[in-house]
Ligand binder design. Structure first.
Ligand code: MLT
Length: 267
């Protein structure tokens, strides 16, 4: 389905009934990152899984997609769908966006899941690398990125044992537009540090970490949870950065448990 928000067409999945859960994908993916969660969680919940601006079937934006802009798009989507509050689950860049929602629209949160993500901003070196990569994607296309990233986002065991998933992730990266990737890289480079916000988040927050995540090492997830007032950590074994795809059953199990506790809490 598609709707117009903030002057662009945003594509999204809206499936199931019950407690609304907004799934925010990471970079450079689209809503299909959440395929195993959409299938399972929509049995008991209303699952909303958008393609962020510049990704999937959503419109290609301008030069920079800031985390604040992504957050504003998603809140406009919830408005159009008549959803006052949702549990928000963001993976990696989706987590950066979830924190932008927590900062600007705290009243819209029913719960928060920060998956394979961090609250800190980029270091100078990471920021420069993003700008360079953004230019390279425009001049060369995103093929190099798909190859590099598959090795970084999946753990060794997944790469060896699950070639189907390796292809799925590579294809998902390759079908994203260069302009959307460019704008999101610049948006991530320019995002602010939101660590200051963590102790003010008033909803129960679950942090999910992949034990073998090389992009968000475990110590960063421990630090993230330590800064929260109402938060706990779930570590997923045999998983890298994409723990929802690498260990979907375990991921769904902890998410279902969390959502059930929220449903009781919100009655
Ligand atoms: C993601 O999975 O969204 C990215 O790895 C985030 C990042 O590049 O910081």
């Amino acid at each position: 389905m598609k709707v117009e928000v903030n002057g662009i067409q945003l594509s999204y999945v809206d499936q199931g009934e019950g407690l609304p859960v907004l799934f925010i994908h990471g970079f450079p993916f689209d809503h299909q990152l959440w395929q195993p969660q959409i299938e399972t969680l929509s049995q008991n919940n209303r699952v909303i899984a958008p393609d962020l601006r510049g990704f999937g079937d959503s419109d290609i934006p301008g030069d920079t997609s800031s985390m604040t802009q992504f957050a504003a798009d998603l809140i406009a989507l919830l408005d159009l769908l008549g959803i006052d509050q949702a549990a928000v689950c963001g993976l990696s860049m989706g987590g950066y966006i979830s924190l932008a929602i927590a900062e600007s629209f705290p009243e819209r949160l029913l719960g928060l899941v920060l998956s394979n993500t961090r609250s800190a901003k980029d270091t100078y070196a990471v920021r420069q690398n993003r700008y360079n990569t953004a230019e390279k994607v425009i001049s060369e296309g995103n093929g190099f990125m798909a190859e590099d990233m598959v090795g970084n986002v999946l753990c060794e065991k997944t790469i060896q044992n699950n070639p189907g998933l390796v292809d799925f992730v590579r294809d998902m990266i390759q079908r994203q537009s260069n302009a959307g990737i460019y704008a999101a890289l610049r948006g991530m480079a320019e995002r602010k540090d939101r660590t200051f916000l963590l102790s003010d988040i008033e909803v129960p927050t679950m942090v999910i970490a992949g034990k073998e995540d090389s992009i968000i090492p475990l110590f960063e997830s421990k630090r993230l949870v330590n800064n929260l007032t109402i938060g706990y950590l779930e570590v997923i074994e045999d998983s890298g950065h994409l723990s929802n795809l690498e260990q979907p059953e375990r991921y769904n199990e902890i998410l279902e448990k969390y959502l059930e506790s929220l449903a009781v809490f919100s009655k």
